[in-house]
Structure formats: structure tokens, C-alpha cells
Design a protein around this ligand. Structure first.
Ligand SMILES: C[S@@+](CC[C@H](N)C(=O)[O-])C[C@H]1O[C@@H](n2cnc3c(N)ncnc32)[C@H](O)[C@@H]1O
Length: 395
């Protein structure tokens, strides 16, 4: 089986030769270490900064050789250790491979004495930034854009079905104007066409910078005169677009149909993924009390979609409740990909004072972090009618 869960200290596993088959095979690392901010949690969360930094540096350094040349690492953190983490990552990956910092919004805390901190960070580095694929993402995978796009598509679709093309076209113009001014955006203006099936698209120009040329492809009956100052896309591209039913003509000129639900953008630096979404994912499975700081599944899916442009291993060596595993399952299902995960989780006893400890007792789980992890993944697989598909290497 290709998914792997290793129980024990991440440094021990990463430095052992038991994982050597994964060297240079990992296309994405996501980690969410204890933030070391003193918050009382089910797992250990308060070391001295030096001790914490040393453990982080050693583990990340040990993980470096597993990353493929085109890989990226994403690390969650909050204000407290942000600076020491940045210094560690700069040292290991070098400043030229710093990709950027995401800010992830968090719910308002009302009891702050001074600053109501409503964000955390995710630091991103590439093993080799020159080889890192572009971080293009479908706009519908960005939460606030998804809502807008879904709204436009469903309203226009409804209008198209009930009143036909012209009426839908009017509505589309109104919606574009409304959302562009509401959200202060311009890109949406391009998506101002509706095809014969009621789908909204952007007619993308198919001329290219370069030498003027004529096009003669008799197999698809396409004959174009040369333009004055620009060239045309390649014959191969025209044939491909034709076969995909994406070639559209306006005033005798060919365009590519680019549908609204496929609109892409580079990754925004501020992300609206809230911690409570992580808890909600567990709630859906009836196990929300089983872990105190699960990350939002959608956030890790977002990073996988950004960073993995081919099937690969996704590694998380601070696995916690195994959100990364669920994210991998969901991306595979939704995007038809075939990623695998490698998780490492310390053999760690749950703090007896934490409500998580009581929940473990209630569910008959041995109160250690690795059994919470296993329980969560098994529950996910069971709910989705899937069989267990990972190897579990217990401590
Ligand atoms: C913040 S939690 C991760 C939560 C996870 N992202 C999730 O969504 O469930 C950090 C986890 O790292 C684990 N951990 C701490 N030190 C570790 C080490 N040296 N090796 C492996 N795991 C470790 C802790 O037991 C804890 O479960």
C-alpha cells in the first residue's frame, strides 16, 4: 500500500534509512507543528524558543532530502514563533527559494487585552524556485470567489432555461457589473458570453505575437488569412480546441471558449480558511471533540492543488489528527488525481486535563495522539465506503 503512517519522533524516522525509498519523491510537504504559544492543548505546546527552534530546524532539515526538485513546503505558524521559523527556513532553503507567506484569517477572539489577533501564517518555500510549477489555481477553489462564481452560474442558468439566451445575457451583464463593483475586480468582465448550452465563457483571442501567417487546416475546415501584425496559434492548438468544442467564431474570427468555472488566478496571499472549518470537518464525522486544533481540510487541499501539478507523495511530519490524509483523499476524488500521503506522528500521550482525553475514554480509544489519528482516518474511510489503504508503522 502506498499511503504510509509512521509513529514516532519525526526526526528519528526522517533520519532512519527506513524511509529511503521516498528520497526525492515528495512533491509537497505540509506541516503544522505545535505553535509553542503556551495554549493548553491536548499535546505538548510549550518549549523554550531555543528548544522548539532546534527541534524544528532538525526535522525540517531532515525532511529536505525527501523533497523532489519541483517540491514546495508549507508551514503553519502563528505570531509567537513566526520570526524564528522564518530564520530557520531561510537557512535551510535559502532566501532565493522563499515563495511567500500566506495569511489565514481566524475568528475574532473577544478576550484580547490589546490586539485582537485574527490571523495565522503559512510560510512557503521551494526546494528550487526555478523548478517550482506556477501556483495557478481555479478561482472556484478560492472560497470567496467560489460563492460569487456559483451564484452567477446558477442565476444565469436559471434565466437561460426559463427565458432564453438574450434574457440570460442581460442578466449576466448586470451580475458582472454588480460583482465587479462589490468586490473591486476587473477579470470577471471578460466572462461576458453565453453559449448555446447556457454556459458562461470568455472568448480568448487566438492571435499570438509573432510573424503573420495563414492557417489552412482542411480536416476541420479552418482557413484564416494572415493578420497584419500578429501570428495565429499553432495548428495543433486549433485542432485540439475544435475537438474539445472550444472553438468559437465571432465576426469570422476564431476565439477560444474559456468557461467561467475554469477561470484561474495565481494564489492570493490572504486566505479565508478558518480553524472552525477544521473542527466542522470532524463534527461531520461525529468526532469533533476528538482533537482540539485540526486544520481546515480545504486549506490543505488548496495547497495541494497549488503545489502538485503531477501525482506525487504529500508529506506531513506533524500529522496530528491526520487532516492532511483527508485532504489527499478528497483531492484525489474531486480532481481525479492519484497522490499518496506519508504521515509521521509522535507517540504522544494526550494531556489528562484536556477534554480530548475524556473523549478518548468515552470512545474507547487509547488516549495517545497516534490512535486519534488512526481513528479519524478510519472513520473517514468507513463513512466513504472505502477500505483501509495505508500501512501503519506503530512505535
Ligand atoms: C498542531 S498539531 C497538528 C494538527 C494537524 N495539522 C491536524 O490538522 O490535525 C501538531 C502535532 O505534532 C505532533 N508532534 C509534536 N512533535 C512531534 C515530533 N517530534 N514528531 C512527530 N510529531 C510531533 C503532536 O503530537 C501534534 O499531534
Amino acid at each position: 500500500m502506498k499511503n504510509k503512517i509512521f509513529i514516532g519522533n519525526n526526526l528519528d524516522w526522517l533520519n532512519s534509512n527506513k524511509m529511503s525509498e521516498f528520497i526525492e519523491k515528495v512533491g509537497l510537504v505540509y506541516i503544522d507543528p505545535p505553535y509553542n504559544n503556551g495554549a493548553k492543548l491536548s499535546y505538548k505546546n510549550s518549549l523554550g524558543t531555543d528548544e522548539w527552534a532546534l527541534a524544528m530546524e532538525q526535522a525540517i532539515k531532515a525532511s529536505y532530502k525527501y523533497m523532489s526538485q519541483d517540491a514546495a513546503i508549507f508551514v503553519s505558524i502563528d505570531d509567537r514563533e513566526l520570526v524564528s521559523l522564518k530564520i530557520i527556513l531561510d537557512k535551510i532553503f535559502k532566501k532565493e527559494n522563499f515563495v511567500g507567506i500566506f495569511i489565514t484569517r481566524q475568528a475574532q477572539r473577544s478576550n484580547a487585552k490589546h490586539i485582537n489577533t485574527i490571523h495565522e501564517y503559512v510560510l512557503c518555500y521551494a526546494k528550487n524556485k526555478q523548478k517550482l510549477p506556477e501556483f495557478k489555481i481555479n478561482r472556484i477553489d478560492i472560497p470567496e470567489e467560489k460563492l460569487m462564481i456559483d451564484t452567477i452560474i446558477s442565476k444565469v442558468n436559471e434565466e437561460f432555461k426559463n427565458y432564453g439566451h438574450d434574457s440570460a445575457q442581460h442578466l449576466l451583464q448586470d451580475l458582472i457589473q454588480y460583482f465587479c463593483s462589490l468586490n473591486n475586480i476587473k477579470w470577471l468582465r471578460n466572462y461576458n458570453n453565453i453559449d448555446e448550452k447556457g454556459k458562461i465563457y470568455f472568448a480568448k483571442d487566438l492571435s499570438t505575437p509573432g510573424k503573420p501567417r495563414s492557417v489552412n487546416i482542411s480536416s476541420i475546415n479552418l482557413h484564416l488569412d494572415p493578420l497584419l501584425t500578429r501570428g495565429w496559434s499553432s495548428d495543433r492548438k486549433f485542432i485540439k480546441l475544435y475537438k474539445e468544442d472550444r472553438l468559437v467564431f465571432r465576426r469570422n474570427r476564431p476565439y477560444e471558449k474559456h468557461y467561467l468555472n475554469e477561470a484561474q488566478d495565481s494564489a492570493p496571499s490572504i486566505l479565508n480558511f478558518y480553524s472552525r472549518q477544521g473542527t466542522n470537518a470532524l463534527k461531520k464525522m461525529g468526532i469533533n471533540k476528538l482533537f482540539d486544533t485540526p486544520k481546515p481540510v480545504e486549506m490543505i487541499k488548496f495547497f495541494i492543488r497549488l503545489g502538485c501539478k503531477r501525482n506525487t507523495y504529500i508529506m506531513d511530519f506533524f500529522a496530528g489528527s491526520g487532516t492532511t490524509a483527508q485532504a489527499v483523499y478528497e483531492v484525489n476524488k474531486e480532481d481525479n488525481t492519484n497522490h499518496n500521503y506519508i504521515l509521521i506522528q509522535l507517540d504522544e500521550k494526550i494531556n489528562k486535563k484536556s477534554p480530548v482525553f475524556d473523549e478518548c475514554k468515552k470512545l474507547g480509544i487509547n488516549p495517545k495522539m497516534q490512535y486519534i489519528l488512526k481513528y479519524r482516518i478510519d472513520k473517514y474511510l468507513q463513512i466513504n465506503n472505502r477500505t483501509i489503504d495505508y500501512d501503519f508503522y506503530d512505535a
